[in-house]
Design a binder for this molecule. Structure first.
Ligand code: FES
Length: 363
C-alpha cells in the first residue's frame, strides 16, 4: 500500500466495502470509479467476441454445406454426408442412432445444414439466444459423439471446444446488442408505464415470434438460393475431362471371371495422379483407385485411419483428410503428416483390357 492512495474500489455489487487507508488525492475517486466502470463494461461484453465468432462460423458452415456439390452426393462419394456418416458409425458410441441418417441422408444432411444456419443467425442477431445456443450445443455434441469421439488426444478434435463455447453462451444468453436485449429493455419500459405483466409477456413472445419468422424466412431464402445458384460444380467425372487431380464417378460393379461381381472402372477414368472411386462391396466404404505413376495402379480406402473421416481424392501425390489435417502418400498410403499414425488400407487392383478391377485388401 502506497502513501496517498486507496487500497481499492470494489465494483458495484461485489458486496465488499472500499477501505480508505490514507489521504485521497484530488480526482482519485473519479479515476477509480471510471476504472470500475470500464471493468464492468468489459465484463458485460466479455462474451460478445465469442458470440460473433460462433454466429459467423455456424452461418458459414451451413451455407458452405449447401454450396458443396459433394455434401448430398450420397454413397460412393467419400466427401458426402452419407459416406462420412457411414464411416463414423463403427467408431461412434452412438453408432446405433445413425441408422435414420443413413436411411434418409438427404433429409438429415439438409436438417444439419439449415440447423447450423438457423443457429448461426439466431446467435448473430441475439434472437432467442439461449435457444440458438442450445441448438449449437446439441449439434456440437452430436458431431463430438460421431466424428470426433475417437480423436486422441482429445484436444485435437474441434467439436468439444465448440460444445464448451456454446455452453457459455447458453448460460449467459444474448442480453446485449441483440434483439433479446431490445425486447427486454422495452418490457422494462412497459412495466414502468404500468402495463400489466401478462400484457408485457405477450408483447415479448409475439414480437420475438415475428422476428424469428422473419429471420428464419431470410435464412431459408439465402440457404435455398445458395443451394440453387452457388453450389460448386463437381469435379470431372469422365475420361475426356478428368484432370490429374480429378476423380471419376463411382462405378457400377461389372461381372468378372468366376461368376461374382467386383467393382471396376475404365482405365481411361484413372489419369496419372488422379483417381476413380469405387465401393468396397464388403465394407461399403468408398475406395480410390489411383495411378500414382504411369501404368502403376492400386487402391486405397478413403476412410482416414485417425478418426474415420473421408479423405479427399489424391492431389499432388497426396491424400489429405479435411478433419484434422492428416496427409497420406498417394503411392503407398503411408502417413506423411499426423495425427493419423496408420497408413490407409491398400487394395490390389487388377488390369483386364481397358478395365481396372478392385482386388482384395492387402493391408
Ligand atoms: S479423421 Fe482426423 S485426420 Fe482424418
Amino acid at each position: 500500500m502506497m502513501e496517498g492512495t486507496r487500497d481499492s474500489v470494489e465494483p458495484a455489487g461485489s458486496g465488499a466495502q472500499p477501505v480508505a487507508t490514507g489521504p485521497v488525492p484530488p480526482g482519485g475517486v473519479g479515476r477509480a470509479a471510471r476504472a470500475a466502470q470500464r471493468r464492468a463494461l468489459a465484463g458485460r461484453y466479455a462474451l460478445l467476441p465469442l458470440r460473433l465468432f460462433l454466429g459467423v462460423t455456424y452461418s458459414y458452415a451451413g451455407l458452405d454445406k449447401l454450396a458443396d456439390s459433394h455434401y448430398l452426393a450420397g454413397a460412393g462419394d467419400p466427401q458426402s454426408f452419407y459416406a462420412q456418416t457411414l464411416a463414423a458409425k463403427p467408431h461412434s458410441p452412438v453408432g446405433w442412432a445413425l441408422a435414420p441418417a443413413l436411411h434418409e441422408p438427404t433429409f438429415f444432411g439438409l436438417l444439419i445444414a439449415f440447423g447450423e444456419l438457423a443457429v448461426g443467425l439466431g446467435t448473430l442477431f441475439g434472437l432467442w439466444g439461449r435457444l440458438a445456443a442450445l441448438g449449437g450445443a446439441l449439434l456440437s455434441l452430436t458431431l463430438f459423439l460421431t466424428v470426433s469421439f475417437n480423436i486422441t488426444p482429445y484436444y485435437l478434435g474441434n467439436d468439444l471446444p465448440y460444445l464448451m463455447a456454446w455452453t457459455a453462451v447458453l448460460l449467459t444468453g444474448t442480453p446485449y446488442l441483440s434483439v433479446d436485449g431490445y425486447l427486454t429493455g422495452r418490457a422494462e419500459r412497459d412495466r414502468r408505464r404500468g402495463l400489466d405483466e401478462d400484457a408485457v409477456r405477450r408483447r415479448i413472445v409475439l414480437d420475438g415470434s415475428i422476428a424469428a419468422v422473419a429471420l428464419g424466412g431470410a435464412g431459408l431464402l439465402v440457404g435455398s438460393l445458395t443451394a440453387t445458384f452457388v453450389r460448386r460444380k463437381p469435379k470431372a467425372t469422365t475420361a475426356a475431362t478428368a484432370s490429374t487431380a480429378g476423380t471419376a464417378a463411382p462405378s457400377t460393379p461389372k461381372p468378372v471371371a468366376g461368376g461374382g461381381s467386383a467393382p471396376s472402372v475404365a482405365v481411361a477414368d484413372v489419369p496419372v495422379g488422379g483417381s476413380a472411386t469405387v465401393t468396397d462391396p464388403g465394407s461399403g466404404d468408398a475406395v480410390y483407385i489411383v495411378q500414382p505413376k504411369a501404368g502403376q495402379y492400386c487402391g486405397f480406402s478413403s476412410i482416414c485411419t485417425h478418426a474415420g473421416c473421408g479423405v479427399n481424392p489424391p492431389k499432388n501425390g497426396k491424400l489429405s483428410c479435411p478433419c484434422h489435417g492428416s496427409v497420406f502418400d498417394a503411392a503407398t498410403g503411408a502417413v506423411l503428416n499426423g495425427p493419423a499414425t496408420k497408413p490407409l488400407p491398400k487394395y490390389t487392383v487388377t488390369k483386364d483390357g481397358d478395365r481396372l478391377g478392385l482386388g482384395p485388401l492387402q493391408s
